[in-house]
Design a protein around this ligand. Structure first.
Ligand code: KG4
Ligand code: ZN
Length: 333
């Protein structure tokens, strides 16, 4: 059978990325330009600056990707692009680039939902076995999704307030870590002990999550210690927070796998890079005797390989977009 090459473009937040993926499973090459060092100065992503940086970088990452792959655009079968959710100005840059390539080279345009992309990062690791549960943990999402087949997404539960990554970044700021705090907090937590008492969020029978109460508990604790002229122990607070946050994610994931009687788990999104989560998912899989996959770190945070991978399955299903495709800041999977 003829191989299918998809060129993917991702620009929903602060990474400008282009990738070529073969048959939805094999990354040929990916070129990513990250804006972290720019937004670090502001303590978070500044949307207007992000859009401008994407404009500066988009042509470079596309050219660089093709050059590294030693391919011409003529050789790819379709152009896949993230249309949402994300920052409107950022999304539009990738979208316009994809539309232009699609028009000039007469290639089908494939619309990819950012979270479908995160989920399909796992397709670059191993073939999906259905039914499966996808645990999506990122800066904007915390969801448990059941899939009976490719591109069939049934949401079992999600966060009622903050996303887990958002909570990590806010707690990291309270502890005194710079943006993006998630990975730094993760590292620090491994050097500490869980000496601070924090409440386990939403310990109920649902598949939902809640992280705003946990975030407030950390903020209140830090204020109290300050008022009493006591220094907080950064490592121990990081460890205490991480144990509860990841504990909550694992509890609900276990519940969903058990109740739905599912033996396959995939983990996706930026927070899938978390060391503690990776350890606990491995333990859970062993305890429940189930299959699991977590992408390598480079495919956990935003990248275009995952968009090209999801794009392949959409392409095979006959999904196409026309040039009216617009960016959407918030859109259901
Ligand atoms: O998926 P992603 O790159 O962007 C979104 O689609 O949201 O996720 C970014 C989020 C940020 O909140 C970042 O702090 C968090 O993922 N993150 C981590 C780790 N690495 C990235 N959070 C905890 N531990 C990590 N190791
Ligand atoms: Zn993402």
């Amino acid at each position: 059978m003829k191989d299918t090459y998809i060129l993917g473009i991702e620009s929903s937040c602060d990474e400008t990325s282009c990738s070529i993926v073969k048959n939805g499973r094999e990354e040929i090459t990916t070129s990513t330009s990250t804006q972290i060092s720019i937004h670090e100065n502001f303590g978070g992503v500044v949307p207007e600056i992000a859009s401008r940086e994407h404009v500066k970088n988009i042509t470079f990452v596309i050219e660089d990707c093709l050059k590294k792959a030693n391919m011409k655009i003529e050789e790819v079968d379709a152009i896949a692009v993230t249309y949402g959710p994300g920052l409107i100005g950022s999304l539009l840059v990738g979208l316009e680039a994809a539309k232009t390539l699609s028009f000039v080279y007469n290639k089908p345009l494939i619309p990819v939902h950012h979270i479908a992309g995160h989920i399909y990062a796992n397709s670059l690791v191993e073939e999906f076995k259905f039914p499966l549960i996808a645990l999506v943990v990122s800066g904007g999402h915390t969801e448990l999704i059941k899939m009976n087949d490719h591109l069939s997404f049934e949401k079992l539960g999600g966060t009622l307030d903050d996303a887990i990554g958002e909570c990590y970044d806010k707690v990291a700021r309270v502890i005194g870590l710079s943006y993006p705090g998630g990975p730094k907090l993760d590292k620090l937590a491994h050097t500490g002990e869980a000496t601070y008492q924090l409440p386990m969020p939403l310990n109920d029978d649902s598949y939902n999550f809640s992280f705003s109460g946990l975030k407030s508990a950390v903020i209140n604790l830090a204020h109290k210690e300050k008022q009493n002229n006591r220094e907080i122990n950064q490592q121990d607070l990081a460890c205490s927070f991480q144990n509860v946050a990841i504990g909550s994610i694992i509890n609900k994931t276990k519940k969903a796998l058990k109740n739905e009687n599912i033996n396959n788990l995939i983990v996706a999104g930026g927070v899938a890079a978390n060391g503690k989560l990776r350890e606990e998912v491995a333990k859970l899989a062993e305890e429940m005797n189930i299959n699991y996959s977590i992408p390598p770190l480079s495919f956990c945070t935003d990248n275009a390989a995952m968009i090209a991978a999801a794009g392949y399955y959409l392409y095979k299903k006959g999904i196409r977009a026309d040039f009216n495709l617009n960016a959407q800041s918030s859109v259901n999977l």
